[in-house]
Design a protein around this ligand. Structure first.
Ligand code: ADP
Ligand code: MG
Length: 728
């Protein structure tokens, strides 16, 4: 066994759980590291406090004079908790978070120093942003970008640094981050959904989107993870024969959590409590060493920030517990990958969940309005949704019969299907009093307040209604939720705007009553969006065929999926709602296809390196042992040696064959990489990486994995699947 492999296993084996200090009550530490309402009341003047609250609730601007007061209060709060630095915390288009720390400390005359943090530093900063992805925006326009405070997400303390959530934009105004379009989409959905909510309740003045994400991840011992170059560099295993025992026995799911892992979780949860992240559930997932963590849902912008933050915190806490967190969607072949379900709904300032059925027919009509509009929106923009979570790593999941397929469809359950079937029969034009009564009594009035137990949950659906929210299940574990959330908010906003126009038109031109108009428009929507509804098995081949008939897209790879972002329909969606300009959309597309090509390129290089420098030399070493053995047998048995050396000789040959295939695969792959690298157009390059380079991965891996089975375990240099997944 290679020294590295041996050491890694021994180290893991000898690990002791790292102790965790629990607070007396977790509720007492909740939000203690957040500059939340309580902290603001204590550290801000009434005017400053009101200014922040108005910015949060009404979106009003905070003027510079007030900003100076706020920054002073924020600084005092942070210093009282041991902070020495501050940073604008943002989410550039790299997918992770960015921070550049500045000290509060400032020298003054007389060799003295003070702690300084002015309104200017709170509101805006100019990080040296030249190496963040910009998709060409800053080359063609203006070279600089700046970060600007987002008061809707409270500042927090990470270690000794005060973190201020910010947007990141170019000086010409184009967004260079994930948060800016999300905030704009939240504004759109607020306006559109509030306007429609007024049909049902005049008191509604604001609608927020809510997001509850469920984060899946793998936890691997730090020593084991770093013994594998592929995990270290690509975040996943590029080769490795599957372990004899994997997840067949289903003995991991919801099983008892190992102590070392539990301690990691407890410390993580305490950290989350301090940061005001309301984590609620933890459990084992399906695959060995796979786990899930989910908070209570929050306003979408805050929930997105919290997810980005938690991924960062998880890395840090894991390190203290000698683990490495794998967020990759498919770290191991042959066992389940990881996703990040995005539970999404809409809530009013009056405390109503718009996707929750109510206790009266009127409340249910409101519910049906948002429910059906969402389905219609998904029907019109299914390709855009698919594009919103496209990535090199998520391609391994979608359509791999463990996660939803790449085909977008909506699952609503049998009860609601029945309701929609009934509504489809509603009379064209004005409804008779009898029909209305029937509807109220037998259809709308029959929707039970709690659907949760009645909705049998179709796990194969990418977009499922689960009682009081929609659950977008195709998002990858590594993804930033901002992307899919921006799309969902945008398409539903657009749909609700259209809906209101149509209803108003019927009311004014056809002199219809409001209810009649709503029923009429909904009826048409149900008919129009039938193709997107699917209650069956999303994993089956039959569905692929059926979906094709229904003209639903099935964009299996990222380059194909991303292309949809550039369609006329999708560009005008974002432009009309002022969420993104054409320049911003194209820049993002550019960044994403470039990232795709780079990720595949990195994986190709790592795989080539491991196969040539680890696998082949080891195979040759073992082959030499076999050759020696055959020679020995020949010396003893003379001409009849083949009787006893036959199997060894076949092994020798077989090893040579695999080596040859691996070498050829790598050589050909490198050729294709060279061709792809020469392509000027980044989209074509991504397609080439996808269609020409990537297919060699499986081929090369196949032969490496065969060698793993043939070669003496003592010689094998790479930590094996069974060791990665089962050493504790
Ligand atoms: P699972 O999908 O694992 O069976 P649940 O259906 O209970 O679990 O999912 C719970 C998730 O849904 C949690 O993250 C929760 O916060 C979220 N959720 C519940 N209600 C809403 C809502 N109104 N809006 C957004 N997310 C919600
Ligand atoms: Mg779920």
């Amino acid at each position: 066994m290679s020294t590295l492999r041996f050491q890694a296993i021994t180290e893991t084996f000898n690990r002791k759980p790292v102790a965790v200090t629990e607070p007396e009550r977790r509720s007492e530490i909740f939000g203690s590291n957040v500059f939340n309402e309580t902290a603001m009341r204590q550290y801000l003047t009434k005017d400053s406090y009101n200014a922040v609250m108005d910015a949060v609730v009404k979106g009003t601007k905070i003027d510079r004079g007030i900003a100076d007061h706020i920054s002073t209060g924020m600084k005092e709060w942070a210093i009282s908790k041991g902070a020495t630095h501050y940073t604008h915390w943002f989410q550039p288009l790299t997918g992770s978070t960015a921070e550049k720390h500045d000290a509060f400390f400032e020298p003054i005359e007389g060799g003295k120093a003070i702690e300084k943090f002015g309104g200017g530093q709170l509101v805006q900063q100019e990080p040296d942003a030249s190496s963040f992805p910009n998709g060409g925006i800053r080359n063609t326009f203006e070279a600089r970008g700046y970060t600007a405070w987002d008061p809707t997400s409270p500042a927090f303390l990470l270690g000794t640094t005060l973190c201020i959530p910010t947007v990141f934009v170019a000086y010409t105004g184009e967004a260079l981050d994930n948060k800016t379009p999300l905030l704009r989409s939240l504004q759109s959905i607020d306006q559109a959904a509030t306007a429609v909510a007024k049909y049902f309740d005049k008191n509604v003045s604001k609608v927020i989107a809510t997001l509850g994400w469920e984060q899946e991840y793998f936890l691997i011992d730090k020593a084991l993870a770093s013994s594998r170059p592929d995990i270290t560099l690509a975040g996943r295993t590029l080769l490795g024969h599957t372990s004899a025992k994997g997840q067949q026995l289903d003995d991991h799911y919801f099983g008892s959590i190992p102590t070392r892992v539990l301690n990691f979780m407890r410390e993580l949860e305490n950290e989350c409590m301090r940061l005001g992240i309301p984590v609620k559930t933890r459990h084992n997932e399906v695959a060995p060493n796979q786990f899930e963590l989910a908070p209570i849902f929050e306003e979408a912008n805050l929930a997105v920030d919290h997810n980005s933050l938690i991924m960062d915190v998880m890395d840090k806490v894991a390190d203290r517990h000698n683990f490495k967190v794998l967020f990759h969607e498919k770290p191991f072949a042959g066992i389940n990958g990881s996703g990040k379900h995005n539970n999404w709904s809409l809530a009013t300032n009056t405390g109503v969940n718009l996707l929750s059925p109510g206790s009266t027919p009127m409340k249910n009509l409101q519910f049906l309005t948002y429910f059906i509009n969402t389905i219609k929106a998904v029907n019109e923009y299914e390709e855009l949704i698919r594009a919103s979570f496209a990535s090199a790593s998520n391609d391994h999941r979608l359509g791999a019969n463990e996660a939803p397929p790449a085909i977008i469809s909506v699952f609503i359950g049998s009860q609601l299907t029945q309701v929609l079937d009934e509504l489809e029969k509603v009379t064209d034009g004005k409804l008779s009093p009898q029909e209305k009564t029937d509807l109220k009594l037998n259809v709308v009035g029959k929707i039970p307040e709690i659907l949760l137990d009645n909705t049998d949950r179709n796990r194969t659906s990418p977009f499922a209604f689960t009682g009081n929210k929609f659950e977008l299940r195709a998002v990858g574990s590594y993804a930033n939720c901002a992307n899919p959330m921006t799309v969902l908010n945008a398409i539903v906003a657009k749909q609700l705007i259209d809906f209101k126009e149509e209803v108003d038109a019927l009311i004014s031109s056809k002199k219809m009553k409001k209810d009649d108009a709503i029923f009429n428009v909904l009826r048409e929507y149900i008919k129009d969006s039938k193709r997107i509804r699917f209650e069956g098995d999303g994993y089956g081949e039959a569905w692929e065929k059926e979906a094709k008939k229904r003209k639903l897209s099935n964009n299996k790879t990222t380059p194909v999926a991303l292309k949809a972002k550039l369609s006329k329909q999708n560009i005008s969606l974002f432009e009309d709602l002022n969420i993104m300009s054409k320049v911003e959309i194209e820049a993002r597309h550019e960044i994403e296809v470039e990232e795709y090509a780079m990720r595949i390129q990195i994986e190709g290089r790592v795989l080539g390196d491991i196969a040539r420098n680890h696998v082949i030399p080891t195979a040759i070493r073992y082959q030499n042992i076999l050759i020696e053995n055959v020679e020995g047998l020949k010396a003893i048995y003379g001409t009849t040696f083949k009787k006893v050396a036959g199997e060894q000789m076949r092994l020798i040959e077989s090893i040579s064959e695999h080596i040859e295939k691996i070498n050829k695969g790598i050589t050909d792959m490198i050729e294709e990489r060279k061709k792809a690298n020469k392509m000027e157009d980044s989209e074509k390059r991504a397609v080439a990486y996808c269609d020409k380079v990537k297919p060699y991965f499986d081929e090369i891996r196949y032969h490496c994995d065969k060698l793993e089975l043939l070669v003496d375990d003592e010689l094998w240099p790479l930590t094996k699947y069974r060791e990665l997944l089962f050493t504790r």
